[in-house]
Design a binder for this molecule. Sequence first.
Ligand code: UDP
Length: 386
Amino acid sequence: MSLTVLMNAGPWLSVPPPGYGGIENVIATLVPELRRLGVRVVLASVGESTLPVDELVSVFPDGQFGALQRPYNQVCGIAQAHLAGVVRQLHARDDIDLVHDHVEAVGLATLTAMGPEAPPVLHTLHWDLAKHPALYGNLDGGDRVRVNGVSASQLARAPRALRQHSVGHVHLSSPLAVGAERRSRPEKGAHVVVLGRINPGKGQDLAARLARQVGFPLVLAGPVGPYHRPADLAAAGEAARQNPDVRYFHDEVAPYVDGELVRWVGTVAGHERDDLLATARAALFPLRWEEPGGTAVVEALALGTPVVATTRGCLPELVEHGRTGLLATDEEELGELVLAAGELLDPDECRREAAARFTPAVMAEKYLALYEQVRRLTPSVDLQPA
Ligand code: UDP
């Protein structure tokens, strides 16, 4: 009999996401592979999710992403309401063998609080662990709740209580890694791309300043807070400045955006995103935070685009300096490195690396092994799936 997993994607975006959406992309990548391996998947997401699953359960009809970064009282209840719906499911049914949870903080807290009656839980830590010291520092999931990281470097920085619940890490993957080594080489353009949320940790201001100083065309792609298109941000006016990422963009990035050498194109999706990345001479990650998982890093490699980045977080685990990318400890070096990357590094090496290490099948097999490990570690579990 097959294993049934409740995959808790949360209330923020549909699965797959319409464009931006790191966690939702990971889930959209993982679920088809798990089902291929015989796992039944009940997806807890928003009603408009279109990913083929065995069952979809939801509280909200559509993604609540627009509410993120609003004040606590306006945002926290959304995650709580979604989790309450998950808890109702877990109380009402007995076919769930394991919950694979992806909801930041609230998912871990709620599922831990359910106590021994609830199924075993694997909670994937997708974010910077410094964000929730109180929760992680005091975690007690007993024998039933375990966590995994998305890189070894992320877990190395985890507080002790969280590490005691850890069953290791699984690197992120991308569907683009499948057959990446056989993909034809698109013509490379002159541009460098930064793909990701516009945010101080992702360092778009540094990229934009270096582009202007060193003189390379730069495309910044990604949302500014809830705004996906430049026209939407412009229309939002001054009120939008309540959002910290909007303030960051206006004050620190926009002064370098001239619409010619440095452009912000908003969120890109589908083929447009892939073409932008595949034809770039380098994908730049001028990180100022300890990047925990780096989906966009994996995607760049899969599309044959060398990565140029600060040596932060998971970057040294994903990128080999001198072979698939160039890493720098000094931010100011990045400008020169993006010029060198196109000359020194072979796009085929990047694609081969992605095809060997970051395919959905590799990720799903690792998660399936973790599900089994988590169930084995939960003494009350009858290891015969329901
Ligand atoms: N992304 C996208 N369009 C954009 C910007 C980002 O599709 O304009 C995707 C990107 O390809 C990646 C995800 O959003 O799959 C961002 O994930 P990552 O782990 O890089 O960043 P984070 O989760 O920290 O935002």
